[in-house]
Design a protein around this ligand. Structure first.
Ligand SMILES: [Zn+2]
Length: 207
């Protein structure tokens, strides 16, 4: 797991950590390593902008973000090229899964609003490993949806920079972006590189 310095309740998975969505042994091992409960709050990700509140662990249905004010309750999203984001409040935390549709729809903004609805303010954010503009060749649909963040791949194809788009949406929030591109860094699962069904998990909790 990648444990960003200064964020005691944030962990980004790598391929070698295993896929904790369905494998309870993996979930238990990760939980033990992180010193957290094995009972996580999870969602069925659908590339939308809904953010659900978790008060207890378990599956919370279709959504692309989870927010909680409950200390010690682990929240998880799973990605393999999409962007995992953690928003840290003073007494709340949220996790977000954002592909290009979520970026276009403003799922990070939805999570920020969800924290505000709990009476809190986002203090900082961490953007986890995802497909970089170096590898994220896109067509016109994605380019138009993520307007303003056009980039070029290493092969000079048209791409978009999802991380930059999210940083823009989180303007005013101190945001750390973990380096790395899931598509060309082989320590990560990448749907684009291998069509894998496996995902790395991002886990966040209030320490
Ligand atoms: Zn890349």
């Amino acid at each position: 797991m990648i444990l960003p310095r200064g964020f005691p309740g944030v962990a980004f998975g790598e391929a070698s950590d295993g896929d904790a969505r369905h494998d309870l042994d993996v979930r238990e091992r990760i939980s033990t390593d992180l010193g957290i409960s094995t009972e996580w709050a999870l969602i069925d990700q659908v590339h939308g902008c809904r953010v659900v509140r978790a008060d207890v662990p378990g599956h919370l249905g279709e959504a692309d973000g989870i927010v909680t004010a409950r200390r010690g309750l682990p929240l998880a999203v799973a990605t393999a090229d999409c962007v995992p984001i953690v928003l840290v409040g003073t007494r709340t935390v949220a996790v977000v899964h954002a592909g290009w549709r979520g970026v276009a729809g403003g799922v990070a903004t939805s999570a920020r609003r969800a924290i505000a609805e709990l009476g809190d303010t986002v203090q900082a954010a961490v953007i986890g490993p995802h497909i970089g503009p170096c590898c994220y060749e896109v067509g016109s649909e994605v380019l138009e949806a993520v307007e303003g963040f056009e980039a070029r791949t290493t092969e000079e194809k048209v791409s978009v920079d999802l991380g930059a788009a999210i940083r823009s949406q989180l303007a005013g929030v101190e945001t750390l972006q973990i380096p790395g591109c899931t598509a060309h860094d082989e320590e990560f699962n990448s749907y684009r590189r291998t069509r894998t069904p496996r995902r790395q998990v991002t886990v966040a909790w209030i320490p």
